[in-house]
Design a binder for this molecule. Structure first.
Ligand SMILES: [Zn+2]
Ligand SMILES: [Zn+2]
Length: 287
């Protein structure tokens, strides 16, 4: 797997690209707007060019754009849904400008309207997004921990959505390890990892998984609580990550860390830990 991290853009695009370079990222993810608001900054041409140049020289690819957390395309509230649609559409335009390949978003919450209503709503939104999509930018739907009426914790949601979209190849899946584990698709051991991946394969086919989010999980498996933890310190643990990183089925995929930054350098330490698990297996004393 090609591994990178989610780099913050608070200090501008150039700073984000330099951080990706300093960490030795092979791929990277960014927000292009306030993660918890709707507003996107406008970028100067020189800033965009500098950003693209650094990533190109270092071969940092693919570049992933993560949509903001307010997006809810499954919502029965028309105002929220339309706002979400505009926001993801704008993410796709920005992705194209920045040389990005994927825009990741979450299924969202059906807010009591029911799963099938949520699915219809997301499907029609995705159809409209794809009809105006800039070439070369694909949509990735991320699995969730399944809290409350949140959709996308069950792989059948993905299968049903892809059916509604006629299996459109421009829609892929982002597999988040913390969310899967919290949703009850346990990843804390080789056999469990095998079982969790088979469930994805049966529902939608593993070839749909174009991106992996590597996050350990602070909450217990099956708790439906989405709380990311440093690699090896959560309820998935080194053994779980080691087996996931070595699965043949996921070879060649890109993987992004969205682990917490509580102390400076946490991103570097988590990335190093993943690289070590890829190469040598479980570090001593962590079995
Ligand atoms: Zn994620
Ligand atoms: Zn999460």
């Amino acid at each position: 797997m090609r591994v990178g991290v989610h780099v913050p853009v608070a200090g501008g695009l150039l700073k984000a690209a330099r951080r990706a370079r300093a960490l030795g990222c092979e791929c990277a993810q960014v927000f292009v707007r306030n993660a918890r608001g709707w507003r996107g900054r406008s970028y100067a041409k020189a800033e965009v060019e500098g950003f693209r140049h650094i990533l190109a020289v270092r071969g940092v690819s693919p570049l992933v754009i993560h949509s903001c957390y307010l997006v809810n395309l499954a919502s029965p509230d028309k105002v929220l849904r339309d706002q979400s649609l505009r926001s993801v559409a704008d993410d796709m335009v920005r992705a194209a400008a920045l040389g990005g390949h994927f825009v990741v978003f979450h299924f969202g919450h059906h807010m009591g309207a029911g799963v099938s209503s949520g699915l219809e709503s997301v499907a029609s939104a995705v159809r409209s997004l794809l009809s105006d999509a800039p070439p070369g930018v694909d949509l990735l739907l991320e699995n969730s921990a399944g809290r409350g009426t949140e959709m996308g914790a069950d792989w059948n949601d993905f299968a049903a959505l892809l059916d509604l979209l006629g299996g459109d190849e421009r829609v892929g899946i982002c597999f988040d390890t913390c969310h899967a584990h919290a949703a009850g698709h346990r990843l804390d051991g080789p056999r469990r990892v095998g079982r969790a991946l088979r469930a994805v394969d049966t529902a939608v086919g593993l070839s749909r998984v174009r991106l992996v989010h590597l996050n350990d999980c602070r909450a217990p498996a099956g708790s439906h609580v989405d709380h990311h933890e440093h690699i090896g310190r959560g309820t998935i643990g080194d053994v779980g990550f080691r087996s996931l990183l070595r699965r043949r089925e996921l070879r060649g995929r890109c993987a992004i860390l969205e682990t917490p930054i509580e102390r400076p350098g946490d991103d570097r330490r988590n990335l190093r830990r993943i690289k070590r698990l890829q190469r040598r297996g479980v570090p001593r004393g962590r079995r």
